[in-house]
Design a protein around this ligand. Sequence first.
Ligand SMILES: C[S@@+](CC[C@H](N)C(=O)[O-])C[C@H]1O[C@@H](n2cnc3c(N)ncnc32)[C@H](O)[C@@H]1O
Length: 288
Amino acid sequence: MTILHTLVTEPWPDYGLVDSGHGRKLERYGRFRFIRPEPQAMWTPAQSNWEADGDFIAASDEEGGGKWHLSREVPRGGWHMKWEEVRFTAQNTPFRHLAFFPDMAAQWSWMRDRTGEGDEVLNLFGYTGVGTLALAAKGARLTHVDASKKSVEQGKANAFLSDMADRPIRWMVDDAVKFAARERRRERRYHGILLDPPKFGRGPDGEVWRLEEHLPGLIQHCRALLDENSKFLVLTVYAVRMSALAIGELLNQALADLGGTVEVGEMAVREEARGLLLPTAIFARWSR
Ligand SMILES: C[S@@+](CC[C@H](N)C(=O)[O-])C[C@H]1O[C@@H](n2cnc3c(N)ncnc32)[C@H](O)[C@@H]1O
């Protein structure tokens, strides 16, 4: 029988889920506090008088659109934050998040525990590179792939900010599936792979990414990039109607011949006010 785990990101000095409830959440990001919609926070908040520097007001279409209403002065170009050795810029994006995903911290820690000096790690859909830098800080050699030139540029800027500009990181603006297929043809091998795919996306040449349609093929490419020296593969999925069991079985099947174990479950952040857990994503991860 498969056991479902709850992987909790605890508050860290520069980030915390302060309070949540009535369909919203209050979070601190460095010296700023923001309120964002959170349909899963169906409970009553601990406090009724939230003070924040801004609110994200969702558009009525519920398609993720909307905009920020900033009530105090917040630098438009962003501000610096820190997670362990990684320094990076947080920013109010039009996509309602802050240019990184704080609930990934528990996955970064887990991968760091399995990463050694000189290990080759592939980060697909790497976005602004906080995960990449978290592993580079452990001495790993990273390949960071994202379709967005702007995100890759932010990743490089974050590397500079973290004094890691000289680390062995290949920054690739590419389609995740095409890149993985090319690496497979080149018979490249990785010690670890991280994939955090969106529900829908586009590669730099307009290649369409649809999670349900393209994930199985991408996992096959990833399997071919792992071998008897490989240590982990982490897959996280959010904003999709999909069960952790489903992505767990996908990994179980694709990676069966490698041995090791697959864990599956929900990711959550712990609220500071009462310790309750706010779910953010599902995951499946293989390790050996
Ligand atoms: C939500 S982000 C991943 C978050 C990141 N792993 C983190 O923790 O900060 C999803 C990323 O996928 C990228 N993306 C979307 N479609 C893609 C594709 N076909 N190939 C490569 N990257 C893609 C987007 O540019 C975006 O940066």
